[in-house]
Design a binder for this molecule. Sequence first.
Ligand SMILES: Nc1ncnc2c1ncn2[C@@H]1O[C@H](COP(=O)(O)OP(=O)(O)O)[C@@H](O)[C@H]1O
Ligand SMILES: [Mg+2]
Length: 342
Amino acid sequence: MSYLIIDKVTKKFDGTVVLNEISLAVERGELVTLLGPSGCGKSTLLRCIAGLNEVDGGRILLNDRDITYLAPRKRGVGMVFQSYALFPNMTVYENIAFGLKMQGLKGDRIAARVREMIDLVGLAGKEGSYPRELSGGQQQRVALARSMIVEPDVLLLDEPFNALDAKIRKTLQMELKNIQKKSGMTMIFVTHDQEEALTISDRIFVINEGRVAQSGKPLEIYSQPANEFVARFIGNFNVLKGEEFEQLVGEPLFPGKSLAIRPEVIKLSLNGENGKGHNGSWRIKGKVVGVFLKGNILRYRVRSKDSILDVDVLNNSMDCSINYDTWVDLVIPKDEVKVLNL
Ligand SMILES: Nc1ncnc2c1ncn2[C@@H]1O[C@H](COP(=O)(O)OP(=O)(O)O)[C@@H](O)[C@H]1O
Ligand SMILES: [Mg+2]
């Protein structure tokens, strides 16, 4: 049996269904992500697991216990929020030690555990600092240590890095993954950021309107979207109707289907140079209607007949980018065209 089981959990607010018989299972020691757009019910599900929201139906099992109706403090669930919610009048050391003190542990045993946690989250030397003397990233490390030190059965993290700038955020993503692996703690991480989910997760649950739209390892979710919602939400797929695609390539192939094509699998070239279309691919012509610099990639938006396709190429800054209104050739490998369920 799985370590944490969400079994057909329903939650309504004022008659509006926010969690719609949602089911998912997490194994011990996993770091899973709930990924979905704002308002899809991610925080509500975390709050149901923590006991901060009462469910309207279904069951929640954790570590062989039915916790559906237990008081929050009896569940063995820890939580980290976007706002660090540290005690401003306590030092880093006191903030982290707080939970153990509440449990009635004695000073020397507390000291050993706090030291361990401080090393784990990389805060050595900051023991005597107050929260106001720390950066946002450091404060979030304190919040993480404070939640982990009491060793909850599962730690819930609700968009914990949202308030941090991009660079710190990326660093903390990597560190969280390391900390999680070292500690073996089961964690459920919530984010609306696809890249963040793909970076840190063992598995991802994509949530849409209070249900799981798809679950799987990051690479599966990224390369094999099960349905149109996931394809649109993850990885900037081009999503086309079958009829639209048939018009593009001139073959009746996918009536009534939706198709997804990743921007980086389409090869773009000028005037038929490099790469002829062959049996394994389609070749079409189009006109550049947009150019977007996205750091290490350049995204071209290309109009072909009535369709728009995004095409990503590695940004080799030695090359000049192709200008608006330029005619280009696109080669689309046949085995990269994914047929979606609705
Ligand atoms: N306490 C509440 N009372 C009424 N509606 C709520 C409450 N909490 C959340 N909602 C609604 O439930 C939906 C899901 O919210 P939430 O779980 O916070 O989404 P997410 O975390 O995925 O952005 C939203 O439409 C939100 O307005
Ligand atoms: Mg939320």
